[in-house]
Design a protein around this ligand. Structure first.
Ligand code: GRF
Length: 203
């Protein structure tokens, strides 16, 4: 059974989607540990309610990255828990060498746009302001850039004429909660391989 570790900073609705799929027996994985850089993250409560080990780990002094010491502590905690795949689920810091080296090709992120369009913060609002007719969400492997890396799965979400940032984000979230567990399932079934920078999914 694939052991996964989840990194959160806030609400944790994607964490919840993973928890629910595991519980329903549709995702052959075990959520071994949830770590948060925010002691108030609601996702910590979701994990506790599901009896999943979860804790706040101090991130260090900077807002956008973990300090090298913190990153080593996160990597150690995941290794000790036997984690094989790390899932970023609303983790609001850029991953650096410490975690990338500890889990090469084994860190996933979910982003609320069709990458490579609209990387960075509030991607759904960027899409609405730009005026695109379609946006969506992307699960990708994490590399050293911001919201870059081989794409595993994407889902398309139409932008409606009367959308507000909130209505659009709600629709994107529904698709996120579907494709993130699906992407983890592909890893659990060893169905992802890399061909250059393309991730190829096998049957
Ligand atoms: C999601 O929209 C995800 O795409 C982005 O952060 C948000 C996290 O939401 N990376 P939640 O904490 O899973 O509810």
């Amino acid at each position: 059974m694939l052991k996964i570790g989840v990194l959160i900073s806030g609400n944790g609705s994607n964490l919840q989607a993973l928890i629910d799929e595991v519980k329903a027996g549709r995702l052959p994985a075990e959520i071994a540990l949830v770590l948060s850089d925010n002691p108030e993250a609601y996702g910590l409560k979701r994990a506790a309610a599901a009896a999943i080990p979860a804790r706040f780990l101090p991130p260090g002094p900077k807002r956008t990255v973990l300090s090298p010491e913190a990153e080593a502590a996160y990597a150690d905690a995941f290794k000790q828990a036997g984690v094989e795949l790390v899932c970023l689920a609303g983790f609001m810091r850029v991953i650096k060498a410490g975690l990338l080296a500890a889990f090469p090709g084994r860190i996933l992120n979910i982003h609320p746009s069709l990458l490579p369009s609209f990387p960075g913060l509030a991607a759904w609002k960027q899409a609405l302001d730009y005026g695109v007719r379609y946006t969506g969400c992307t699960v990708h492997l994490v590399e050293a850039g911001v919201d870059t890396g081989p794409i595993i799965l994407q889902a398309v979400v139409p932008v409606e004429a009367n959308d507000t940032p909130e209505t659009l984000l709600n629709r994107i979230h529904r698709e996120e909660h579907r494709i993130y567990p699906e992407a983890v399932r592909l890893f659990a079934e060893s169905r992802v391989r890399l061909d250059g920078r393309r991730a190829v999914v096998t049957d």
